[in-house]
Write a protein that binds this ligand. Sequence first.
Ligand code: THU
Length: 136
Amino acid sequence: MTIEKKLMIEAMNARKMAYAPYSGFQVGAALLGKSGKIYRGCNIENAAYDPSNCAERTAFFKAVSEGERQFQSIAIVGGPKDGNLKLCPPCGVCRQVMAEFCDPEQFRVILGAGEKDYQIYLLKELLPLGFGKETM
Ligand code: THU
C-alpha cells in the first residue's frame, strides 16, 4: 500500500472522532512525522465557537506536544455528517501552522474524497509568500 493511501485511510478513521455538533462538518487528518509515526486529528468544536480547533491543528499539536517537530505529509478528509466526503482544503490558520514546522518546498498535503481519489499539493502551492521565521 502506498503511504498516501495509508494516510487517507488514517484520516478517514480520524474523522470518525470529529466533534462537530454545530457545523455538522466532520474533518479528519493524518500527519506523518519524519520519525515515521502517524498522528491523527479531528475537528473539535465548542458552544462558544471561537475555541473550536481544526483537524489539522489537532494533529500538529498532538505531534509537537509529543516531541515530533519535523513532518513529511498530511492527509485531510472532510464532509458533512452522513454525507459524502468532499475536497477539504486546509484553512489559512492551519496552513500557517504547517509553515511553522514544515519546509514549503517539501511538505506534501494530500487532499481527497477517498482512499483512491486524492490529489497531492506542496505546501508552497497552498501558502505562497507566507510569513515565516525566515522573514524576521
Ligand atoms: N475544519 C477543519 O477541521 N479543517 C479544515 O481544513 C476546514 C474546516 C473544521 C472547522 C469546523 O469545525 C468545521 O470544519 C466547519 O468549518
